[in-house]
Design a protein around this ligand. Sequence first.
Ligand SMILES: C[S@@+](CC[C@H](N)C(=O)[O-])C[C@H]1O[C@@H](n2cnc3c(N)ncnc32)[C@H](O)[C@@H]1O
Length: 373
Amino acid sequence: MSTAAPDLPPEALELAQALLHASSTEPSFTIAALLERHAPTWYQDEDLGFSCLHHAAERREPAIVRQLLRAGAVWNAVDHWGRTAGEVALSLGDKESWEAIRNEGVRSEMLHHALKGDAGNGVVTLRAEDSSSAGDNLAFLASELTWETGADGRERVLDADGNGVMMGWEEPLMREHVRLMTADHPKAGGGMSILNVGYGLGIVDRLFQSTSPASHTIIEAHPQVLKHIRDTGVDKLPGVRILEGRWQDWVVGDKLGELIAGTEDAMGFDAIFVDTFAEGYEDLKAFFEVLPDILEAEAGVFSFWNGLGATNPTIYAVSSSLAELHLDDVGLDTVWHDVAIPESLASEVWKGVRRRYWELPGYKLPVSKMRLM
Ligand SMILES: C[S@@+](CC[C@H](N)C(=O)[O-])C[C@H]1O[C@@H](n2cnc3c(N)ncnc32)[C@H](O)[C@@H]1O
């Protein structure tokens, strides 16, 4: 949400400023009187970029926060430091206000998706957020990649604009994904059918290999990554099947049949992990919608790279809740695991990377299963 305010006629500006002031100090009935006169709730002051919701959050009065949200205050407006009112409430330990703001975020994002259908493009993006190669999947797939070692000593792959496509600091997270997806499965000792979407550095695939799967399917679309897979002999590993192309092309028509033919009795995969690049929430949601066709119904486990909105705690919480609700819509129950990732905050990790896509101390790791009737 931009903080730039268009010019307002003098009376509206006066009302807007009165609302900012009232939100920080005046009683609820004064605020109500201003709202009745249509004081604009979206207005942000020029000095701090504060909206009326930021002021209310600073005041630690959940009732005022709720009053403003009901009147249309913008849940994800950011101040000049990139903070939403949610972070203001969080930093002051006001859980009730924070939850009110997060719930409003979830409601408005749900509505946004309901109104726009699959074409919706809300606040939520994965690992990137612009129209360069990182913001457009087809542009990314046509762009030149570079493999290198970062200042943290970890391997990474960057796109032509210097965005981190996959970075070694995520290795402990990939390990947790694999552990939580395989540990409780009836075939945990070996023999699972695995599907991984997006090879990147192959970190998660190496970890899946170590669980001795019966079959291990990898969908990968970038020509250089595919060459890397062949050059390093990953395609020759036992049970490995590389499906070239975008996942979107593998979940329709005959290709869908070919995809699940790689699983025991074509009953679907025991574990599915998805972690692509330059795709937004709407793509992830589209992937959720094919899960009932490709996930083994009894004990199959699904997980995804949860990098949605990860530069801001409130947006991250909203994105995660949104994903949970959309997974619920397609019949999956989700359990979240909190994983601490202090390493992601080290400055050497991000040296030489165009945009930092991670700003949070913790990761919310989803594990979803089909709800049994
Ligand atoms: C973040 S990396 C995956 C990292 C991997 N989880 C690991 O552990 O190293 C994303 C990968 O998804 C691939 N990719 C991006 N869009 C895709 C799409 N639509 N279909 C299939 N693969 C895609 C990229 O080329 C890249 O190799």
